[in-house]
Unconditional design. Structure first.
Lengths: 110, 119
């Protein structure tokens, strides 16, 4: 059971918008720690998708966006494409300075 | 090209030991904090350990504390994870991951090395 809670799966049709939530608590996200998001394509290493709650690294399409409010964060993907089908993980820290990952969300493009 | 390459994984019996290595290239290794993250088969990501750029500050997940030791050799651009008293639940792909400058995100990941603990 992960400290950061994500839905196990989400799905959407090509072109649609989907969101993935990441719910923490007052000892991690709510304590002010940044939330980051990673995309893991099948059989590959994770790739940084969003850092510092809402920033995109160079090369990440602007179809991906992140937000944070209170003890939760969200990843939004607009204009869904087949190549977006992957596992998505949120990450933050807690007051013991341990990095935390969400349980992961499998995105299926219908 | 900025790159991290892990090695040292393999099959080990319960109670055994293994040492993982991560070779860094394409960036000034000594300037970056580093981490180990693992992923059990079919499961999610689990942070394992952190080491500061100088090696003076180290943290571990409770699940490996007292059994695993992280270290680095900045002269050799290398990160290590010494794993002792291995258990079946340590079976996973182990990734080394670079912490982004002035950020707590992991911006560069290696391809991973598989560790299987089984008799």
């Amino acid at each position: 059971q992960s400290v950061l809670t994500q839905p196990p799966s989400v799905s959407g049709a090509p072109g649609q918008r989907v969101t993935i939530s990441c719910t923490g608590s007052s000892s991690n996200i709510g304590a002010g720690y940044d939330v980051h998001w990673y995309q893991q394509l099948p059989g590959t290493a994770p790739k940084l998708l969003i850092y510092g709650n809402s920033n995109r690294p160079s090369g990440v399409p602007d179809r991906f966006s992140g937000s944070k409010s209170g003890t939760s964060a969200s990843l939004a993907i607009t204009g869904l494409q087949a190549e977006d089908e992957a596992d998505y993980y949120c990450q933050s820290y807690d007051s013991s300075l341990s990095a935390l990952f969400g349980g992961g969300t499998k995105l299926t493009v219908l | 090209e900025v790159q991290l390459v892990e090695s040292g994984g393999g099959l080990v019996q319960p109670g055994g030991s293994l040492r993982l290595s991560c070779a860094a290239s394409g960036f000034t290794f000594s300037s970056y904090e580093m981490n180990w993250v693992r992923q059990a088969p079919g499961k999610g990501l689990e942070w394992v350990s952190y080491i500061s750029s100088s090696g003076s500050t180290i943290y571990y997940a409770d699940s490996v504390k007292g059994r695993f030791t992280i270290s680095r050799d900045n002269a050799k651009n290398s990160l290590y994870l010494q794993m002792n008293s291995l258990r079946a639940e340590d079976t996973a792909v182990y990734y080394c991951a670079r912490a982004a400058i002035r950020q707590t995100a992991f911006d560069i990941w290696g391809q991973g090395t598989m560790v299987t603990v089984s008799s």
